[in-house]
Write a protein of this length. Structure first.
Length: 387
């Protein structure tokens, strides 16, 4: 991968090529995606629960912390790599599990999976992907990938998903439990838009032998009926810590719990077998008026006492955000909406460009702050705005 300076220079020199450039900033990708997509798909990605207060809180939380730069430091060599579950990863970034990518681009999840694989960025495949986990695994080859699980009501289906993920070379399971019911998303309700009902995002269900065996007729004969059955499985409102412990014991893979925003839950997750925690509020798509993930990150890291990795999701938009999250205790961060907009604008190329820009910005921010390694980013890296 080219370093940040090389990527930056390509932009300055591209004026001689006489070609239109893809967007640079997150907001420009968002604007371009809105121009391309119909209202339903765009608002599905762009919108949040209720008034959008949690989405705004996620973004505003980063403004409470300022980077405290040092000078006269040798930053000629920069290292963004981290180690996670025994694997070295070149950057502290992962692609978040965003479902129904087929509403954004015809190649659906295959496009971001290929982009991530090429750059060495781990990809977390959504449970509600339009392409099956096996199709995505084939597209990625040996590249690092995790599988997100919305725990089904049917334990036999849970077992099937876990085994398929293991057999397809996924190296961790991300149990997501903050979406047992769909949030009150006004934009989607106004658009009367729920892509699952037409079979979008059903690749893992429709290809699963256990799921198919529970249907009266195959999905091909009744797409809406099969889709509603899948949604019922995902709306697992009876899920408890006992069920989470079952999943941890059922698979040999590391299991992370995604959707944690309370330190007590973080400790419970650890006690019930979690190998990692993802601090997330689903990008503000579920609970309106919820806490910002960055605000609760330090207390969650303190609760688990660094015994398991803690990742941060929701609100990451820039390199500075990544470094602030690392300084407050995160091992790595998840990127969601930015790569979704890149996918909508330019498919695999768009996702790759979003990632390249974000990595370059992070590397340059690191160096300009006077640090040469992501391992040097700690509590002393930041100063609170109110101090």
């Amino acid at each position: 991968m080219p370093n940040g300076e090389d990527i930056q220079m390509k932009f300055y020199e591209s004026g001689d090529e006489g070609v239109a450039l893809l967007p640079v900033s997150y907001k420009d990708w968002e604007v371009k995606a809105k121009e391309i997509l119909a209202a339903g798909p765009f608002d599905y990605v762009n919108g949040g629960a209720g008034a959008g207060d949690t989405m705004r809180a996620n973004l505003e939380a980063f403004q409470k912390h300022h980077i405290h730069a040092r000078i006269c430091c040798d930053v000629s060599e920069r290292d963004l790599s981290i180690e996670l579950f025994g694997k070295e990863i070149p950057v502290p970034i992962m692609l978040a599990p965003i479902g129904v990518n087929s509403i954004l681009h015809p190649e659906a999840e295959v496009a971001p999976a290929k982009a991530a694989a090429k750059l060495g960025v781990p990809y977390i495949l959504s449970n509600v992907s339009t392409k099956s986990m096996e199709e995505v695994a084939e597209a990625m080859g040996d590249a690092l990938r995790w599988f997100q699980l919305y725990p089904p009501m049917d334990q036999e289906l849970t077992d099937s998903f876990l085994k398929r993920a293991e057999d397809a070379g996924y190296s961790a399971i991300v149990v997501t439990i903050d979406s047992t019911l769909l949030g009150w998303r006004e934009k989607d309700l106004n658009n009367k838009y729920l892509p699952f009902l037409s079979g979008e995002g059903m690749g893992n269900y429709f290809s699963d032998p256990v799921f198919r065996s529970k249907l009266e007729v195959p999905p091909e004969q009744d797409v809406k009926g099969a889709s509603k059955k899948a949604l019922e499985e995902g709306n697992n409102v009876t899920f408890t810590w006992k069920d989470f412990e079952y999943i941890c014991n059922k698979t040999s893979l590391p299991v992370l719990l995604k959707g944690v925003t309370h330190s007590d839950d973080a400790l419970l997750a650890f006690e019930h077998g979690a190998d990692g925690i993802i601090v997330s509020n689903h990008g503000g798509r579920q609970l309106d008026g919820g806490v910002a993930t960055l605000d609760v990150l330090p207390s969650i890291c303190e609760a688990v006492e660094n015994r398991i990795p803690v990742l941060l999701d929701s609100g990451i938009r820039r390199g500075a955000d990544i470094l602030k999250a690392i300084a407050l205790g995160a091992t790595a961060v998840l990127i969601g909406r930015p790569f979704a907009y890149g996918l909508a604008v330019a498919g695999q190329t768009g996702v790759a460009k979003v990632l390249e820009n974000l990595i370059a910005e992070t590397e340059l921010q690191l160096a300009i702050s006077g640090r040469s390694s992501i391992k040097e980013v700690d509590g002393l890296f930041l100063k609170r705005a109110d101090e």
